[in-house]
Design a binder for this molecule. Structure first.
Ligand SMILES: [Zn+2]
Length: 167
């Protein structure tokens, strides 16, 4: 008589322990549920879509990387001296100056030098294209302040590390 309750008492904690260990063992019920889900036609369809999406995304990533060449090409600041359109140009193999101005479709964009002389310094620099590139005679003159602009145009010391305002 007194054994029965004790047996039950013994069982109770055991089953409790079992259910505890079961909980611990079946900690990924998600996997269990996934297996169930995949067993159904709808689940399989959803699973298939997920796989397809993953593959498509992977393909896009790979294709995108090949297509864009990544963002690893050095970029240079270029300007159209006629329109004064400015943009960043990826320097990838085969890209040669003059670069295409996407606004006009003309090959009319050239590497920019910045003038930081006179009022151009406080104004954040004035972009200029060297006459050299345009097959023009004579020195290149800043359109804003009239200073001479040369290749690797030197700047006043206080503007040595200043980023041009139009970047
Ligand atoms: Zn200037």
């Amino acid at each position: 008589m007194s054994k029965l309750p004790s047996l039950m008492d013994d069982k109770a904690p055991q089953s409790g322990a079992n259910s505890n260990t079961k909980d611990a063992n079946s900690k990924p019920p998600v996997l269990e549920r996934l297996r169930h889900a995949v067993a159904t036609p709808t689940g399989r369809a959803v699973f298939g879509i997920v796989i397809l999406a993953a593959l498509a995304f992977g393909g896009y990533r790979i294709f995108g990387a090949v297509n864009s060449g990544g963002a690893d090409w050095p970029r240079i600041r270029v300007m159209d001296p006629e329109t004064r359109d400015l943009r960043w140009q990826d320097v990838r193999p085969g890209a040669t100056m003059p670069y295409v101005n996407p606004r006009t479709g003309e090959r009319s964009m050239y590497v920019v030098e910045y003038c930081f002389a006179n009022e151009c310094g406080p104004a954040g620099g004035t972009p200029a294209v060297l006459n050299n590139y345009l097959d023009k005679e004579g020195p290149t003159i800043c359109t804003k302040c009239g200073a001479t602009v040369t290749a690797h145009n030197p700047r006043p010391a206080e503007y040595a590390s200043v980023q041009p305002a139009d970047w």
